[in-house]
Write a protein of this length. Structure first.
Length: 333
């Protein structure tokens, strides 16, 4: 039996709603982490299954586990906020009740934050697997560097996996936590609030988190609903930078769906993204020195959205320019 630290280094917040099928695996994946100085806060969002019973079983074995019961169902974002409010750790990590954490996840994120005082939040690579973990459905690749993470956020691409983030607790509270009007998800809004508080981000490029896809989680919602929610969410995020027009949102949605853009749309998308870069620099979300890195990211995204023949030409031009020791506009792809 492990004694609970009065002020653990890390508080892990795990919202749970009718999570009995996978909750034991999720809890064990945290309690068996290589980093031991933790507390685990299971926030029961008014479950009607065996969530309480399962949590109590692990509480008897490990005093680092705490349990909070909400009187009525309030949604994942509210549950995360209740956990954040009661967290004692210098850092707070989030983990969902149907997902799994590889043994060194917390250690890697803790070292990244401790060793880099300018970083406020750290994510990790993850992958989506089927319910019995026998098949990888989708690897989730997130940008490593702050400037690229910010660009991805405003383009509407994956920037950080919300269920696998670790944040400085003081910063998370200063940002106001998660928006409880968004009962599910809300990652982009939370990241944006952190950003507006001066946070700098990073993503560890190790795969240390597994998101489990099953019939009862949100990844199984209809494609039409998912696309619509993503569209509205993206509009809300971009509105923080100023005016948002529908054609720009549509062009960015094609990036996410891996559609090819026409020559005219590529030129317009480039202007859209460069405008975002300048606005983020103006708002001090990124440093002016990151402009070149973000422009290189834009060129890479545009190339991926181009017809195959154009991609081949860009590849040929890069090789020729690099041979002459001049990287050119595509030299950092």
């Amino acid at each position: 039996m492990t004694d609970q630290a009065i002020e653990p280094a890390i508080s892990v917040v795990m919202p749970a709603y009718n999570a009995e099928k996978y909750l034991a695996d999720a809890i064990e994946s945290i309690l068996t982490q290589s980093f031991k100085d933790i507390e685990v806060i299971v926030v029961d969002d008014a479950s009607t299954d065996r969530t309480l019973e399962i949590t109590q079983k692990y509480q008897q074995q490990d005093k680092r586990l705490r349990y909070i019961a909400l009187p009525n169902n309030q949604g994942m974002t509210a549950a995360r906020n209740h956990g954040l409010a009661s967290a004692h750790g210098e850092f707070v990590a989030f983990s969902d009740a149907d997902d799994l954490n590889l043994p060194t996840r917390l250690q890697a994120q803790y070292e990244a934050l401790k060793g880099n005082p300018h970083i406020g939040a750290v994510g990790i690579r993850s992958q989506v697997m089927n319910a019995d973990l026998s098949r990888v459905i989708l690897p989730k690749l997130c940008p490593a560097y702050h400037a690229n993470i910010v660009l991805a956020l405003f383009i509407g691409d994956l920037s950080i996996v919300g269920g696998a983030i670790m944040v400085r607790s003081e910063l998370a509270r200063k940002a106001g936590g998660w928006d409880e009007n968004l009962r599910i998800g809300g990652e982009g809004d939370f990241f944006l609030c952190l950003l507006l508080c001066g946070a700098r981000f990073s993503n560890i490029q190790q795969m240390l988190y597994i998101q489990r896809e099953h019939d009862s989680n949100m990844s199984r919602q209809s494609e039409t609903i998912a696309v619509r929610k993503t569209f509205l969410h993206h509009r809300r995020i971009l509105s923080k930078l100023g005016a948002v027009d529908e054609p720009m949102l549509i062009r960015f949605s094609k990036f996410r769906s891996k559609d090819k853009l026409s020559w005219q749309d590529r030129r317009r998308a480039k202007k859209d993204m460069r405008r975002i870069v300048e606005r983020t620099i103006e708002l001090q979300m990124v440093d002016p020195a990151d402009r070149v890195l973000m422009h290189s990211d834009i060129d890479r995204r545009l190339e991926r959205a181009s017809p195959r023949l154009w991609q081949q030409f860009c590849h040929w031009r890069r090789k020729r320019q690099n041979k002459g020791n001049f990287p050119g506009i595509f030299g950092r792809l």
